[in-house]
Design a protein around this ligand. Structure first.
Ligand SMILES: [Zn+2]
Length: 258
């Protein structure tokens, strides 16, 4: 059989093969397809001794389980808060040691960021589930995470609570768009603005749960992944495109189509 040199393979075919590998072998989970009325809430960048307990209280009030993508260096500082998250039945997953943008650092540094957080959260989790800081990831990062045995999970619904959005705006967005199988991204603290109030985010969560907790059951990411067919995408983002998405939505109550 004659094998064509790579340079002779049509570009469209090469793109198809790369796209297929990106979506399957190195695919990122954004949500699941399921006929069950279940949703996963996820909270990034914690723990924080002031705000995280308040999120836990709200979740408890509505019997909602969630997943906390924690930053290892803060787990080290506030281990008692992580214990509280764990004892409340929520899942704890890896969001790196120090929240650096992975496309900007070497593969070895990526490995160290993941492994240092893994070590810190080991007493609280057996799952190898990772969410990239800032949602930024390139091929090199994805290969490294695959080698470390990680499932990468981002989200398909955003409250945009890292932007200066109003409570009602965020709550309306979540209520109007959320569907079964969705993964919602929120923050119990912002990594690079730790003095930024979480009141609007917290109140939006309360309104959303008050409105939706009879319609949906809120489960952890590991439970969600086992309860439906994970949707995998080819996730390559070297800049903060989610910030661009938020800007497209405007700064006040009006919700436009993304
Ligand atoms: Zn983050």
């Amino acid at each position: 059989m004659k094998i064509l040199p790579i340079s002779n393979i049509p570009i469209k075919l090469k793109q198809k093969v790369i796209g297929y590998i990106g979506k399957t072998v190195l695919g990122t989970v954004t949500h699941v397809v399921t006929d069950k009325p279940i949703i996963s809430l996820t909270f990034d960048d914690g723990p924080d001794p002031y705000w995280t307990p308040q999120y836990l209280q709200v979740l408890k009030k509505y019997n909602a389980l969630a997943t906390f993508f924690v930053v290892g260096s803060y787990v080290n500082k506030y281990k008692n808060i992580v214990e509280d998250i764990y004892n409340s039945g929520h899942s704890i997953c890896n969001h790196s040691w120090n929240h650096r943008s992975f496309p900007g650092i070497s593969r070895e540094e990526c490995r160290q960021e993941v492994l240092a957080c893994e070590k810190e959260i080991a007493p609280f989790t057996s799952y190898k589930i990772f969410r990239p800081p800032f949602g930024e990831m390139n091929w090199s990062t994805r290969i490294e995470l695959k080698k470390l045995g990680y499932t990468v999970v981002t989200a398909n619904r955003h409250a945009y609570d890292w932007e200066n959005k109003e409570t009602k705006w965020m709550a309306d967005l979540l209520i109007s768009r959320t569907q079964s199988g969705d993964i919602i991204l929120m923050h119990d603290i912002l990594f690079d603005r730790r003095d930024c109030s979480r009141s609007n985010s917290l109140n939006a969560l309360k309104i959303f749960l008050e409105n939706s907790s009879k319609q949906f059951r809120f489960v952890t990411i590991p439970t969600l992944l086992q309860s439906g067919k994970p949707v995998l995408v080819n996730w390559n983002r070297e800049s903060n495109s989610m910030r661009d998405d938020a800007n497209k939505l405007g700064n006040t109550g009006t919700i436009n189509t993304v």
